[in-house]
Design a protein around this ligand. Structure first.
Ligand code: FAD
Ligand code: NAP
Length: 392
C-alpha cells in the first residue's frame, strides 16, 4: 500500500470508528469460530472472524473490538426462579425504554459476576447481620474473598429475600458491560473482516462449573452465522511506529499475541518495513502454539526477523518469555539502541512487570551503566512512546 493510500485508509478508519459505539453497535456476522488450542490443552483459545460488510466498520492494528455480551439463558432463568419472577414483568431500562424482566436480565444487567455494590444493596434489603458486617470497611479482605468466584444467583440462594418491584433489579445490579478483545488482523489484508483471539474463561467455584459471560458466549453460543454486536475501541497508544524502518520488539504470551498478528499482517500487506521480533509464550508447544503455522511462515518469508518462544510446561521448571529476553539480552540491547519500539500485550498482573524487570536488567548490563541508568533509559523510552503496553 502506498503512503497516500494509507493516509486515506487511516482517515476513513477514524471516521467509521465513531459511527459504531457501545450504544449503537455494528451487527457483525461470525464467519469463522475455530479452536486455536489442541485437544489436550488446559485452555480453550478460539479464533473468530467477523464479517464487516462494505462499507463497514474500520479499524487499525492496535485497536480492540468491543463485544456486547448477553447472559446465558440458564443463568437468567435461575435468577427469575430464585426471585419468584416470571420474566414477563414490565420494567424500564437505564434510558427509560420499555422491556420485560427476562430481556433486562439477558442484555442489560450483570448477573454473571458479583459486584461489591450489589452485595451492599443486598445487605440493606435483607437486613442480614452476616452480610451487613461483611460489607463494613474493616472487613475489606473477607469481602473481596466473598466476591471472588461467586455470581448473583449464589447471593440470592444464600440470602433469600422477596423483591416486590422487579424494577429494583436495575438499582441492585450494575450494567452488563462490553468486553474488549485485541483485534488480531490487519484490514489492509482483510478489508471486510476482523479477527479476534479469545481465551474462554472457565473455572469451578462453590461446587459449580462457571464460565466468563462474554468469552463463554463466544466459545459456546456464537456459531458461524451468528450475529454479534460490536464496536471499535481505538487505541492510539498501541500503534506501529510511524517510522516504517524502526525496529519493533513484541512480547505477547497467550492471547497477548493477538495485536502482533495484526502488526505482522500489516507488514505483510506492505504497510511498512519494520524489522520485527516476537517473543511468544504458552503452556505447551504441541497444544498451545497459537498461530504457529502463520508465525513460522512469516519467519521463513522474512516478515518476522526473529521468533523466540517459551513453553512453560514442556519441561520440569517453568520457562517464561522473560527468560528468553534475558538469554537474548545482548541482541535486545542492540535493537533498543537502534531505536526499537518495545510492545507488551497480555497479562498485566505478573507477566508485564516481570518482562519490564528483564528489560531493565538487559539495559543495566549491556549499557555497562547499571540499574539507575536503566531506569532512566526506560523512562526515556516511555516518554518517547517507545515502550508500549496493552495489558489486561
Ligand atoms: C484492552 C483489552 C484487550 C483484551 N484482549 C483480549 C484478547 O485478545 N483475548 C482475550 O481472551 N481476552 C482479552 N481481554 C480480556 C477480555 O476483555 C475479558 O476480560 C475476558 O474475556 C473475560 O471476560 P468474560 O466476560 O468472559 O468473563 P467475566 O464474566 O468477566 O468473568 C471473569 C471474572 O471471572 C472471575 N474468575 C475468573 N477466573 C476465576 C477463577 N479461577 N476463580 C474464581 N473466579 C474467577 C474473575 O472475577 C474474573 O474477573 C482483553 C481485555 C482488555 C481490557
Ligand atoms: N479477566 C479475565 O478473566 C481474563 C480472561 C482471559 C484472559 N485474561 C488474562 O489475559 C491474559 C492472557 O491469558 P492467556 O490464557 O491467553 O495467557 P496467560 O495466562 O498469560 O499464559 C500465557 C503463558 O504465560 C505464562 N505465564 C504465567 N505467568 C507468567 C509470568 N509471570 N511471566 C511471563 N509469563 C507467564 C503461562 O505459563 P503457566 O500458565 O504455565 O504459568 C503461559 O505459558 C492473562 O492475564 C489472563 O489473566 C483474563
Amino acid at each position: 500500500m502506498q503512503s497516500e493510500a494509507i493516509d486515506t485508509f487511516e482517515a476513513s478508519a477514524r471516521r467509521q470508528r465513531v459511527l459504531y459505539t457501545r450504544n449503537h453497535p455494528y451487527a457483525a456476522t461470525v464467519l469463522v469460530n475455530r479452536l486455536l488450542t489442541g485437544p489436550a490443552s488446559e485452555k480453550e483459545t478460539r479464533h473468530l472472524e467477523l464479517s464487516l460488510g462494505r462499507p463497514g466498520i474500520q479499524y487499525l492494528p492496535g485497536d480492540s473490538a468491543g463485544v456486547i455480551p448477553e447472559n446465558r439463558s440458564e443463568a437468567v432463568e435461575e435468577v427469575l426462579r430464585l426471585m419468584g419472577f416470571t420474566g414477563d414483568e414490565p420494567v424500564t431500562d437505564f434510558y427509560g425504554g420499555a422491556l420485560d424482566l427476562r430481556k433486562a436480565l439477558t442484555s442489560w444487567l450483570m448477573i454473571g459476576k458479583l459486584s461489591s455494590s450489589t452485595v451492599r444493596g443486598w445487605a440493606k434489603l435483607t437486613g442480614n447481620a452476616e452480610l451487613t458486617a461483611l460489607v463494613l470497611p474493616k472487613n475489606k479482605k473477607n469481602f473481596e474473598d466473598f466476591l471472588w468466584g461467586r455470581e448473583f444467583p449464589d447471593l440470592v440462594e444464600q440470602y433469600a429475600v422477596k423483591l416486590g418491584d422487579p424494577q429494583q433489579m436495575f438499582k441492585l445490579l450494575p450494567r452488563l458491560s462490553p468486553r474488549l478483545y485485541s483485534i488480531s488482523s490487519s484490514q489492509a489484508l482483510y478489508p471486510d473482516t476482523m479477527h479476534v483471539s479469545v481465551r474462554v474463561v472457565r473455572y469451578e467455584s462453590y461446587g459449580r462449573k462457571r464460565q466468563g459471560v462474554c468469552s463463554g458466549q463466544l466459545g459456546e453460543r456464537t456459531p458461524e452465522g451468528a450475529v454479534l454486536p460490536i464496536f471499535i475501541h481505538s487505541n492510539q497508544l498501541f500503534r506501529l511506529p510511524a517510522d516504517m524502518d524502526a525496529p519493533v520488539v513484541m512480547v505477547g504470551p497467550g492471547t497477548g499475541v493477538a495485536p502482533f498478528r495484526a502488526y505482522l499482517e500489516h507488514k505483510e500487506a506492505g504497510c511498512g518495513r519494520w524489522p520485527m521480533w516476537l517473543f511468544f509464550g504458552e503452556q505447551r508447544a504441541s497444544q498451545d502454539f497459537l498461530y504457529q503455522d502463520e508465525l513460522l511462515a512469516w519467519q521463513k518469508n522474512g516478515v518476522l526477523q526473529r521468533l523466540d518462544t517459551a513453553f512453560s510446561r514442556d519441561q520440569k521448571v517453568k520457562i517464561y518469555v522473560q527468560q528468553r529476553i534475558r538469554e537474548q539480552s545482548a541482541e535486545l540491547w542492540r535493537w533498543l539502541e537502534q531505536g526499537a519500539y518495545f510492545y507488551v500485550c497480555g497479562d498485566s498482573q505478573r507477566m508485564a512487570p516481570d518482562v519490564e524487570a528483564a528489560v531493565l536488567e538487559a539495559v543495566a548490563v549491556h549499557s555497562g551503566k547499571g540499574a539507575e541508568y536503566a531506569a532512566e533509559y526506560l523512562a526515556r523510552m516511555n516518554k518517547q512512546k517507545r515502550y508500549l503496553k496493552d495489558v489486561y
